[in-house]
Design a protein around this ligand. Structure first.
Ligand code: S3P
Length: 430
């Protein structure tokens, strides 16, 4: 089993570029595959999650080729996917399995979507229930609430769905199903989740309407193949933002990062904690992009409110690390969605920070973290979760004599090269 040890650092310095955005990479492959004509993608994340999505479309007959940094996709059209003869292995990816459930429900084929042990425990009812309301034929363990999922494509009709959770995966699954449905499909969420699907659908020529937190598409509108440039993943940059903030003597520039406002909630929270972060906007395509400059800062604890959660949802493991070395107390609430991620992230971060000597109270929907100057030497578990693994690696930079994280192979799902980039900017042991 792979493991990683990170020791106390005397500075995080330099300029880096982190890999492509995971959410946007999935969507580029999905939309490119069902568009008419060619789609050219640059900056695609070569992580296990997005590669599994790419392989799934290859198994459904889509021609996808690599040419240097470019991925060329010959779109099969809205209903042109071929029935796969093998199970589609979505690995660790909730985004992959949920978005494909929606897309395949209205295709003329039978498909089975499966994944690893973590994926097999994640809630699928949140997508299969509304998809069944649209007429989808989906089967799975626990009456379709758990993967593997078997889908017999059928004729769908649009619905107005009011989602109980702010989830981009639920929203996107229904919008993708809506592309093949009769009539109009609308999704209303309690607050706005990331909007990459809506943006990219528009980029491919589809009319997407939004009113407040309701988004709608009309069925049978075709997509035109496009050029997509995938910016660097803010969620990957976040580990280095916090690393530079919490290590003395740091000065770091992270280039070309996607700063879609539905993703960058962490910045406002960190700024309230006293972080010195500045953004220099760059020309992007339909997704805003910036260089992010970070310097060592004295962080103080803060209260994170429930309405701040959706735009920072993937950043809580690393925010917990920032809180663990801030002065004072940080209270996070309204974040129960964290219990349904690649692992239960509230539990995982509570356990790991406690092993590192931090005083943490676990709440049903969050955590209370009492910051301290240094973390103890510790051996932690990733719980198979890439973001828990990387967060604890960053924690090691502020440890007395090192933090070891076990089972770190999962980092490859979203951030191949994480360890090398960390080594490149780490100015070594104090
Ligand atoms: C994602 C949506 C979010 C996020 C996940 C990626 C996406 O999940 O946590 O890492 O690409 O749509 P939810 O849909 O559960 O909010």
């Amino acid at each position: 089993m792979e493991q990683l040890t990170v020791e106390h650092s005397k500075g995080i310095r330099g300029e880096i570029t982190v890999p492509g955005d995971k959410s946007i990479s999935h969507r580029a492959v999905i939309l490119g595959s069902i568009a008419d004509g060619m789609t050219e993608v640059t900056g695609l994340l070569r992580g296990e999650d997005s590669l599994n999505t790419l392989r799934a479309f290859q198994k459904m007959g889509v021609e996808i080729k690599e040419s240097g940094d470019r991925i060329l996709i010959r779109g099969a059209g809205l209903r042109g996917l071929k029935e796969p003869v093998e199970v589609l292995d979505m690995g660790n990816s909730g985004t992959g399995i949920r978005l494909l459930s929606g897309l395949l429900a209205g295709q003329d084929l039978f498909a089975v979507l499966a994944g690893d042990a973590s994926l097999g425990q994640r809630p699928m009812g949140r997508v299969t229930r509304p998809l069944r309301q649209m007429g989808a034929k989906i089967f799975g363990r626990d009456d379709g609430c758990l993967a593997p999922l078997a889908i017999q494509g059928s004729e769908l009709h649009g619905i107005d769905y009011v989602s109980p959770v702010a989830s981009a995966q639920v929203k996107s699954a229904l919008l993708l199903a809506g592309l093949n449905a009769e009539g109009r499909t609308s999704v209303t969420e309690p607050s706005l989740s990331r909007d990459h699907t809506e943006r990219m659908l528009r980029w491919f020529g589809v009319t997407v309407e939004r009113q407040g937190t309701t988004v709608s598409v009309n069925g049978k509108e075709r997509l035109s193949g496009s050029m997509v440039h995938v910016p660097s993943d803010f969620s990957s940059a976040a580990f280095f933002i916090v690393a530079a903030l919490i290590v003395d003597g740091s000065d770091l520039l992270i280039r070309n990062v996607g700063i879609n406002p539905t993703r960058t909630g962490l910045l406002a929270i960190l700024e309230r904690m006293g972080a010195k972060i500045s953004l220099q906007s760059r020309d992007g395509s339909d997704e805003p992009v910036a260089d992010i400059h970070v310097q060592t800062s004295d962080l103080k604890g803060t209260d994170v409110a429930p309405e701040e959660v959706p735009a920072a949802i993937d950043e809580f493991p690393i925010l917990c690390v920032a809180a663990a070395v801030a002065s004072g107390t940080t209270r996070i609430s309204g974040a129960s969605e964290l219990r349904f991620k690649e692992t239960d992230r509230i539990r995982a971060m509570t356990v790991n920070l406690q092993i590192a000597g931090v005083e943490v109270e676990e709440l049903e929907d969050g955590l209370v973290i009492h910051g301290q100057e240094r973390l103890n030497q510790a051996e932690c578990n990733s719980f198979g979760d890439h973001r828990v693994a990387m967060a604890m690696a960053v924690a090691g930079l502020r440890s007395g004599s090192g933090i070891t994280i076990l089972d770190t192979g999962c980092i490859r799902t979203s951030f191949p090269g994480f360890e090398e980039i960390l080594k490149g900017v780490n100015r070594g042991r104090k």
